[in-house]
Design a protein around this ligand. Structure first.
Ligand SMILES: C[S@@+](CC[C@H](N)C(=O)[O-])C[C@H]1O[C@@H](n2cnc3c(N)ncnc32)[C@H](O)[C@@H]1O
Length: 275
């Protein structure tokens, strides 16, 4: 749900209506543009104003019947990459330091320094043996996926790239050809993340009542779901139908190519010993 400076409560008002019937299980912020240090990432519609700043985010509400639906957090998880500003945040050193601290506390010391200062030789032996065991059972895993939290940076897809995705040739920068002049399309990664996170199984039905140019349905089908979309605008529905057909055919073609490639690789692997 988007909002404007002139109508900042619109998304919250809609959420309050839903609140009467459902439970808000999770809420997210879709960040379209973010400044990290002195570098901006993403795009937004800049405004000229002496009162307002430009709006660069939208709200995503995850309403469910009782707030107890099992989700799949790691399907959109990320690696424990080294932090770009504070590298020690996700480093192996920090992992070891955390293990040290927790063992120190288990042994009723304040922290590792306390162990070094106050522990007896016997306690130190016990400490280091527990640390070794802990690090063996729970090693530093920089590739392990973890929950990405509820703030998602997803930039818009540039018009020229969208054009290519949906098979436009010629003027790839035409908003009309690439998105039926739709003013507010989703980047594909947005519905993709929502569908994956929801934890629904392949073959489930995804319904987008505000389907626009069909992004949600394309992503749903790519993920093995069935998709249904409706929109108040016939123009958008017609465009969505065309796009969905094209993107799904492309996707099937790609899939078939991979299957055939794998088949031929398997065949040649089987045949290899003959030569
Ligand atoms: C934010 S856009 C959705 C864009 C879409 N996800 C995409 O990627 O193209 C919202 C859509 O809701 C449609 N809409 C607005 N009011 C509606 C209504 N009352 N019933 C059905 N659709 C509506 C608009 O035409 C618009 O296409």
């Amino acid at each position: 749900m988007g909002y404007t400076n002139a109508d900042p409560f619109i998304a919250m008002d809609v959420a309050m209506e839903f609140r009467k019937h459902f439970v808000l299980q999770n809420q997210f912020t879709w960040v379209k543009h973010i400044a990290v240090n002195d570098t901006g990432h993403g795009q937004y519609k800049p405004i000229t104003s002496k009162r307002y700043v430009s709006v660069t985010n939208e709200h995503i509400y995850h309403f469910t019947n009782k707030g107890d639906v099992e989700i799949d957090r790691l399907s959109i998880g990320q690696r424990n990459k080294t932090h770009p500003i504070w590298p020690e945040l996700y480093s192996e050193g920090r992992h070891i330091a955390n293990a040290r601290r927790s063992i120190a506390r288990l042994m009723k010391f304040e922290n590792y320094l306390d162990v070094q200062k106050k522990a007896t030789a016997k306690q130190k032996k016990e400490f280091y043996s527990a640390l070794e065991k802990r690090l063996m059972n729970k090693p530093y895993q920089p590739d392990k996926l973890k929950c990405i939290g509820n703030c998602w940076y997803i930039p818009y897809t540039p018009t020229s790239r969208l054009s290519k995705l949906i098979g436009n040739e010629g003027d790839v920068n035409s908003r009309k050809a690439s998105r039926a002049d739709h003013p507010a399309t989703f980047p594909p990664a947005l519905p993709e993340k929502c569908i994956k996170l929801s934890g629904i199984k392949k073959g489930s039905l995804v319904y987008d009542p505000f389907v626009g140019t069909g992004t949600t349905i394309v992503e749903a089908v790519k993920l093995g779901m069935f998709g249904v979309g409706t929109d108040v605008s016939k123009k958008f529905c017609d465009f969505a139908k065309k796009r969905i057909k094209y993107e799904i055919n492309q996707n099937l073609l790609k899939k078939n190519k991979t299957i055939n490639k794998n088949k031929s690789e398997k065949t040649s692997a089987k045949q290899a010993p003959l030569f």
